[in-house]
Write a protein that binds this ligand. Structure first.
Ligand SMILES: [Zn+2]
Length: 106
């Protein structure tokens, strides 16, 4: 997955287009990301006769990963990512880099 937890992303389509947020959860199977405050839905609750409370509850739904772009920590722009394979002794590590400024992200 190109997008990971704690990544800063910009929404590029849908009703939250242009808004930024931080990824809190990545759903690998469904290819969705959860970003608090983004893709907010409202649910109307019936009044509870005992407490006389009710109203609207807001909650965020996971967003399709194709609808967000990572904001590069270096150039601060929404960017496409590339992968570089780096050999570290016996291990190979897959690193993400920004295609705009070429900076390694991690
Ligand atoms: Zn960059």
């Amino acid at each position: 997955m190109k997008i990971r937890k704690k990544d800063k992303v910009r929404v590029i389509s849908g009703k939250d287009k242009g808004r930024d947020g931080t990824v809190e959860k990545v759903y690998q199977k469904s290819r969705k990301v959860f970003i608090p405050g983004i893709n907010v839905f409202k649910r109307h609750l019936k009044k509870d006769p005992k407490t006389n409370q009710g109203g609207i509850v807001e909650f965020s739904r996971p967003l399709d990963i194709s609808k967000v772009m990572l904001i590069c920590p270096k150039c601060k722009k929404p960017t496409r990512l590339g992968f570089k394979i780096e050999k570290q002794k016996l291990r190979k590590k897959k690193l993400r880099y920004c295609k705009k400024c070429q900076e390694i992200i991690d």
